[in-house]
Design a protein. Structure first.
Length: 57
């Protein structure tokens, strides 16, 4: 009988979800950094891409 106390041992479901969220955040941050680096290296091409997106929408 558990007595209503959480079992000790492996990571809880909440811990696993927090780990996944942290990893997803790191991946997103890495993607944003790559985009920022591209924009810095290729400002004219970046402007052209943004203009085409605005005209498509």
């Amino acid at each position: 009988a558990g007595g209503g106390h959480p079992q000790l041992g492996g990571p809880s479901e909440m811990d696993q979800r927090l780990d996944i969220a942290r990893i997803e955040g790191q991946v997103k941050a890495s993607s944003v950094k790559k985009v920022a680096e591209f924009v810095e290296r290729h400002p004219d091409e970046s402007s052209a891409i943004l203009r085409s997106w605005v005209h498509e929408g």
